[in-house]
Design a protein around this ligand. Sequence first.
Ligand SMILES: *Cc1c(COP(=O)(O)O)cnc(C)c1O
Length: 370
Amino acid sequence: MSYTFNPQKRFLMGPGPSDAHPRVLKAMSTPLIGHLDPQFVQMMDEVKDMVQQTFLTKNELTFVVSAPGSAGMETCLVNLLEPGDECIICVNGVFGGRMVDIAERCGATVHRIDTPWGEVTDVNQIKSVIEKCPDPKLVALVHAETSTGALQPLQEISDLVHNAGSLLVVDAVTSWCGVPLKVDEWGIDALYSGTQKNLSAPPGLSPVSFSPRAVAALENRKSKVQSWFLDLNLVKNYWSGAKRAYHHTAPVSSVYAMHSALSLVLEEGLGNRWERHQNIHQYLRNELETLGFSYLVKAENRLPNLNSVYLPKSINDEAKVRSILLNDFNIEVGGGLGDFAGKIWRIGIMGESCTKNHVNMLIGALKEIL
Ligand SMILES: *Cc1c(COP(=O)(O)O)cnc(C)c1O
């Protein structure tokens, strides 16, 4: 038996990963160099610079965790929370729930604000919890909830959180490079993202950034960070230029790919990229609604790059149609999670998967199947 692996080329229109540009794939096959080689160090500095530009931040403590988005989430929470701290976490889907789980493992007392899936957290809900718990260390929200396709407004919440003397922590995994995300302007104190959504790089890395206020909180910790690998005190020196010291071996090829994908974002222009996601979303929405699909999230809170839709009545076995799409048309779309399993599809148009051709292919295939 021979072990060759030659997967079919797929068109990735689910919740991630998304399609990668050929230049990004080619970067992955660049010969390896040592992770402390001055050439690699210079490239890491460029990655940091491009992450700062795309986060719209001047935060010095900005770097890339060598693990997927969930590890970025864990990095933010384990470094900012100590046993006995109080925090507020807003839950309106899978990823808010994951933050609660991590925060509890840190020994924090979590005040959880639940909002029905598909909706966003209202600023008044946070206000009333802050009245009862006046001194939370942080308030955490998911900017783009990939399990439902809801886009959380942050600006008004940011003022409220800062007035309470608390830190604003944001999951920007599915918003970064797809919809407006303005870290400094919005006063976000800690955030994490991922490479495999709108950036269109392979999964496995998580850019993070911490404001000077968050850095001060880190410096005032009384206890050691419970995780060795994610402890910022240890890992941050690894991302500081010439002073670089060995911490772990960077995933060299993945960083090549991320560098290449970031350069493509800057060539396109961040604003143009946001606009492209919005325009293709409108194009997709018209086509889907004509076929009888309807949106889960109301128009003003809709994430353009992740379309959660109920299926037309004529489809009673959604899993079967998704498997025909995959097997006969090589198109991947996502199914629903939690209460929405079997009820909705999650159609991603992220990064390289956000083109008219992708939409036309999907709609053409659906017309044939239906
Ligand atoms: C995908 C995703 C994550 C987790 O990222 P992984 O790379 O899968 O670990 C976290 N939050 C949101 C909103 C996501 O969409």
